[in-house]
Design a protein around this ligand. Structure first.
Ligand SMILES: [Ca+2]
Length: 527
């Protein structure tokens, strides 16, 4: 479907206009010499009118393109420092919705922003600051279902929804977006990037492994790359909390958080409230055991058991590891939302997500008692779910096409453990033929004191889209780019502290002097 104001339409409309201007028309060719005496003056034809950015936007409204039904096409003028762009929305097979932003001042590149939770809505705001400001075509989608990001009921006996959420939606929408880009700009994106956190980090790794040619560079933040293993750990933590006496009040959680900070903060050379030497931080909840009755200043044995479940590896009956467990730090900020649920007046998000997988994907029973779930009894169902949901560490094809990957994870993440990312990073080395092969195309950064995707006491703002683009386009490894992680004031958005972003396994260590909030006062060290 073409709009009459498209470029082609202008050319057709302008022919009669040219003839009229030259005095031509129906008088016949014989009169032309009269109109053009010798020597003929130089004739400058009127310029071919160029469609405005608004007109180039409007052609997408209601159009069918590459199997997608496009809906809205809205021209959004520049405002509050944001450049003007064309917002296009659309849907594939009625249930997979997407949104594309086409900037008028395009940098010839594309950035796909990953989703979160069980998706259900579109969040097109990139995590990295340059994603929104550098002129990228932005793309985002809803994973193939609509509604609350905690609700997995759409996946019950629904292979289309399962496949879209599991591995297909990003690739499908990306194919449509390529056509939109060609139509809008007359050329393909020179480079395409993907950035996602949480489930969006899983999507990033699914793309890299299943569709290795879709993106030139991928930023993977706090990835839920193994839904089935992570969610088994969620259920195990929920069972521990639900055991008699196993729940933890906010006062107890605060006690744990403060104890960890007191024990580990100075291991990085400065008591600034941020535990940066995470590797050296060990915490045994039993040090808080009550000796004279239950009180807010101590933990009972069932409460210690809950904490130990969370901090320990989750193992099968045969002793093999399902999930590496969580490291200590930031409990007082993360547990009320993710673990105990006090921040949301009910069940923690961990158990809610775990319940969704058990009820709607593995057992197929919405009434299933998740506290009674035995993963080993349902091992076949979990394995089947893993074939749709989980990413492998085999990045050979992605690396082979020149793809570059940055993996980053906050050490105070109480949704997804940074230890899972360490495991993934190690597994990639095995899968691609060694650490040196991996390190030529992938770098990994821990983010001290950062909670899930953002927030926490640590510096949580870091531009990894800019970093991966420099790596892919200029060959500069992120670890040589002097990347800073900053913490922004929640109101003014001004940086209040900065640290060097340190490549795993190093951490920012205080030099012993200088402003504790300045990155110059730190260097990346491994001990
Ligand atoms: Ca510290």
């Amino acid at each position: 479907m073409r709009n009459p104001l498209s470029m082609a339409g202008y050319v057709l409309l302008s022919i009669p206009f040219l003839l009229t201007a030259c005095g031509g028309g129906s008088d016949g060719a014989g009169k032309w010499p009269v109109l053009f005496p010798t020597p003929a003056p130089t004739q400058t034809p009127p310029p071919t009118p160029v469609a405005t950015a608004q007109e180039k936007c409007s052609i997408f409204a209601g159009a069918s393109l590459a199997g997608a039904a496009l809906k809205e096409a809205t021209f959004v003028p520049a405002a509050a420092g944001a450049a003007e762009y064309c917002k296009v929305t659309g849907t594939l097979h009625g249930t997979l919705n997407f949104e594309v932003h086409l900037p008028t001042a395009w940098n010839n590149k594309l950035l796909y922003a990953g989703g979160g939770g069980w998706d259900g809505s579109i969040n097109i705001a990139p995590v990295s600051p340059s994603g929104a400001t550098a002129g990228y075509v932005l793309v985002a989608s809803d994973g193939g279902r609509q509604g609350d990001g905690l609700d997995a009921s759409a996946f019950l006996n629904n292979p289309t929804a399962q496949a879209d959420f599991g591995y297909l939606s990003i690739h499908s929408v990306n194919e449509v977006t390529k056509e939109i880009v060609r139509k809008r700009y007359g050329s393909d994106a020179e480079f395409s990037y993907f950035e996602g956190c949480s489930n969006g980090g899983r999507e990033a790794l699914i793309q890299a492994t299943r569709f290795p040619n879709d993106f030139d560079g991928i930023v993977v933040r706090a990835p839920a790359y193994s839904f089935t293993e992570l969610f088994q750990a969620f259920v195990a933590n929920g069972k521990a909390l639900a055991a008699p006496g196993g729940q933890l009040s906010d006062a107890k959680v605060s006690l744990i958080g403060k104890t960890v900070t007191a024990q580990c903060d100075a291991l990085d050379g400065v008591s600034d409230g941020i535990v940066s030497n995470q590797e050296a931080c060990t915490f045994n909840p039993a040090v808080l055991r009550c000796t004279a009755g239950d009180a807010d200043t101590c933990l009972t044995d069932p409460q210690i058991a809950t904490a130990n479940t969370i901090y320990s590896e989750l193992k099968r009956k045969d002793g093999t590891t399902v999930y590496p467990g969580w490291g200590p730090g930031g409990e007082d900020q993360g547990w009320p939302l993710w673990v105990t649920g006090s921040a949301i007046g009910g069940t923690g998000l961990q158990f809610q997500f775990g319940s969704g997988l058990v009820k709607y994907w593995v057992t197929g029973d919405p009434a299933f008692n998740v506290l009674g779930f035995d993963p080993e009894f349902y091992s076949a169902g979990l394995r089947l779910a893993a074939t749709t949901l989980d990413a492998t560490p085999d990045l050979r094809s992605f690396f082979g096409q020149g793809g570059k990957m940055i993996l980053a994870h906050g050490t105070n993440d109480w949704a997804i453990s940074y230890k899972g990312s360490i495991k993934y990073f190690n597994d990639v080395a095995t899968a691609v033929g060694g650490a040196s092969t991996r390190d030529a195309s992938m770098e990994f950064f821990l983010q001290p004191g950062v909670q899930h995707c953002a927030g926490g006491v640590g510096p949580d703002t870091v531009d990894l889209v800019d970093a991966v683009a420099k790596w892919r386009e200029a060959g500069t490894k992120p670890s040589t780019q002097n990347i800073l992680a900053t913490k922004l004031d929640s109101t003014t958005k001004a940086p209040v502290l900065a640290r060097p972003l340190c490549k795993y396994p190093t951490f920012p260590k205080y030099k012993g002097s200088g402003d504790v909030n300045s990155a110059d006062s730190y260097s990346c060290q491994s001990s």
